[in-house]
Design a protein. Structure first.
Length: 210
């Protein structure tokens, strides 16, 4: 099987000015797809309002892994009601890429910026992203929840949700876990029936505190 290469543009510093700021120049480089996957990380993209799905679709068409978690919301009008899907994190799309080659991502229509600290992009936690992906694959009910920073953090050790980590909100009548994307300061509530996982199959990861 022939190796697939991808030609990408990225910025590299040329000289420092002022208080450590760097001038940059655009560089074109070719990198094998398999190597690119090894150096890729999950990042959160801020996108224009109501363009989450078009942005994710465009990035996927360009060969990028994207993650746009959705949940079902019910709308009622008179005697009629229907469900529709909306983003769990409005205004954001998760995308996996090598930050050195971010220009094709940043120039995607609808993308505003890569989230980070100041001008420095910061990667999302792989564990946090994987936990949300596992919850959605398992078709567990999820919904937005106020951001939670503290509590007993556990890991589910078996079943469809194996590897999922979250903060325990309650054990009864169902296991209610808080899953978060810390960089976004956003949380979701995950409800797991006891038939899917028992308390004995949970391991304590840590006690999160302020």
């Amino acid at each position: 099987m022939s190796r697939q290469d991808r030609t990408l543009r990225y910025f590299e510093p040329t000289q420092k000015i002022g208080s450590g700021l760097a001038l940059e120049r655009a560089v074109t480089a070719t990198m094998p797809d398999d190597e690119m996957m090894r150096t890729s990380q999950w990042f959160a993209l801020a996108v224009k309002p109501r363009l989450e799905e078009p942005v994710a679709k465009t990035l996927r068409a360009g060969g990028y892994d994207t993650f746009l978690p959705l949940y079902r919301r019910q709308h009622s009008q008179g005697t009629r009601s229907w469900d529709y899907e909306v983003p769990l994190f409005p205004g954001y799309v998760c995308c996996r890429f090598d930050i050195r080659f971010r220009m094709p991502v940043l120039t995607t229509p609808g993308v505003i910026q890569v989230l980070g600290a100041g001008n420095t992009p910061l990667a999302l936690s792989d564990v946090e992203v994987a936990s949300l992906q596992a919850a959605l694959r398992a078709n567990c009910p999820v919904q937005p929840f106020p951001y939670v920073r503290t509590g007993k953090r556990v890991r589910i050790e078996e079943g469809l949700l194996a590897g999922t980590e979250g903060i325990v909100l309650s054990f009864k009548p169902t296991l209610r876990l808080i899953l978060s994307l810390t960089l976004l300061q956003r949380s979701v509530l995950l409800e797991v029936e006891h038939g899917q996982v028992s308390e004995s199959r949970l391991s304590c990861v840590a006690y999160s505190g302020d």
